[in-house]
Design a binder for this molecule. Structure first.
Ligand code: BDR
Ligand code: CA
Length: 316
């Protein structure tokens, strides 16, 4: 049998229910070798999301240390999202306590170490504000070429979700996003254009719950909680943002992807944090981003269910 070619990845996020579901998915992908988990303030304070990340690592039996990242954006005050994710940042199912110490390295230093030591170029999957990744690029520009790609959940080419113009992850730290989008590193962007179409309906996560394994039950419980606020806003399904940044790497065939030059609005009375795409090439800039704009929702759900089925027989 041919050996699977492994792709080293770093999971950087602010869990967060959809980050957590994305990490469950990532942990089941045979091509991925998860080299590090790094946390960033966003959905909740850094302390809370780091505790959540360590509990998720314990749930998934991941034998890696979590590195704590930046506790605030590069230039602005932190915005958090307790309305979506609750007081803990991951309200809902009970999780196991952390079973590994926290890394002594900060997230950007952990990322730098992974980039230095990895034989192959590393993919960073960023599902929170881009603060850590920007800090890495600013403090270690010599390591830029060691990054294969940054897969981002962030932005929206047509709309925002936190303001009319800006999506939460980019709005929290626009200067970090600007640094990343101007870095020259290959970018794959799952913005609201696709993630608001990645709807998982209650009947879909009942398929996950019906798998009756301990991780699937937790995932279904996360959907139950995450959906409460979304439902109050009028959504009939859960906008499953962060898993798109994982799935589009391994199943690009189920997504619509377009290449655009994308820039970040840093000023703007109403539009700070907006991601602006040059649709018709008027700026003359070469595209800097592969933008994911649509998907086959049913296949997306099938792959999520399949991922959750891989924990059959697990003890937590
Ligand atoms: C993004 O914001 C957070 O609340 C989610 O975890 C996701 O990363 C969606 O705008
Ligand atoms: Ca997130």
């Amino acid at each position: 049998m041919n050996e699977i070619k492994k792709r080293p990845v770093i999971l950087d996020g602010d869990p967060g229910h959809d980050d957590a579901i994305g990490w469950v998915l990532a942990s089941t992908i045979p091509e991925f070798e998860i080299k590090a988990i790094t946390t960033v303030a966003g959905n909740q304070t850094l302390e809370k999301v780091t505790y959540n990340a360590r509990r998720i690592a314990a749930l998934l039996h991941l034998d890696i240390k979590v590195a704590k990242g930046r506790n605030r954006p590069l230039c602005s005050d932190l915005i958090i999202a307790p309305n979506f994710h609750g007081e803990t940042g991951l309200d809902g199912p009970i999780l196991p306590e952390p079973d590994h110490d926290l890394s002594e390295l900060s997230a950007p230093e952990m990322m730098a170490e992974v980039l230095r030591e990895s034989k192959d170029k590393v993919t960073i999957i960023s599902t929170g504000p881009l603060t850590n990744t920007a800090a890495l690029l600013l403090s270690h520009p010599e390591l830029k070429d060691r990054i294969e790609m940054i897969s981002i959940m962030g932005g929206g080419l047509r709309n925002g979700n936190w303001t009319s113009a800006a999506e939460f992850n980019i709005l929290v730290d626009p200067e970090a996003a600007y640094t990343v989008y101007h870095s020259g590193v290959p970018l794959l962007m799952c913005g609201l254009d696709v993630t608001e179409k990645a709807l998982v309906y209650p009947k879909d996560w009942e398929r996950i719950r019906a798998l009756h394994n301990p991780v699937a039950e937790v995932v279904a419980g996360w959907f139950d909680f995450f959906f409460i606020h979304l439902n109050s806003l009028g959504w009939s399904g859960a906008t499953t943002h962060d898993p798109c940044a994982v799935m589009s790497l391994v199943h690009p065939e189920i997504f619509d992807i377009k290449d655009y030059y994308v820039d970040i609005e840093l000023q703007g009375r109403y539009c700070r944090g907006a991601t602006i795409a040059d649709y018709n090439g008027r700026t003359g800039n070469t595209p800097n981003c592969r933008c994911v704009v649509g998907l086959d929702r049913e296949k997306f759900v099938d792959y999520l269910v399949e991922a959750c089925s891989k924990f059959e027989g697990w003890e937590v």
